[in-house]
Design a protein around this ligand. Structure first.
Ligand SMILES: [Zn+2]
Length: 154
């Protein structure tokens, strides 16, 4: 960038350049392709940036936060309790509960042990004890056999 461009560029872009400097600046741009290209690209960038910038600072309306909080509050209480106050939902909840109770009752009845097909551990234990005779009984039987053999008439 040459001296006239360097000195006058900012003022030229801002529109605050002195007339004398401006004439010198423009005369140089007419003669210098490099500076003309530089100034044009600067102008383009400046325009793009000005397009990106908002016209005026965005500020929420004075009652914006109050309305947001009010809406959150109304939705929080409304969503939970209105469900239970809704008669359709209450009916569905009632039928679902009754169905669940019936299913649970059916399950309990069908899994209740009935007879020897589903023996409980206690009854199995008792049955095993009954089947195998106590050892004293076995001993007595052996003694009886011995006595029988000893007294067997020749
Ligand atoms: Zn130049």
């Amino acid at each position: 960038m040459h001296r006239p461009t360097e000195e006058g560029l900012e003022g030229y872009l801002e529109g605050t350049i002195e007339t004398r400097l401006r004439r010198e600046f423009e005369r140089h741009l007419d003669a210098c392709d490099q500076c003309r290209a530089t100034v044009r690209s600067m102008k383009d960038q400046r325009y793009l940036i000005s397009q990106l910038r908002a016209e005026e600072p965005i500020e929420p309306a004075p009652d914006f936060y109050a309305r947001v909080i009010e809406r959150i509050e109304s939705q929080r209480y409304g969503s939970v309790w209105s469900l239970f106050l809704d008669p359709a939902f209450g009916r569905r909840l009632f039928y679902a509960s009754v169905t669940l109770l019936v299913l649970l009752g059916t399950y309990l009845v069908s899994t209740e042990p009935v007879g020897p097909a589903h023996p409980r551990p206690e009854s199995v234990f008792v049955a095993v004890e009954r089947q195998s005779p106590p050892s004293t009984e076995i001993q007595r039987e052996r003694d009886t056999i011995l006595v029988n053999l000893a007294t067997y008439p020749d």
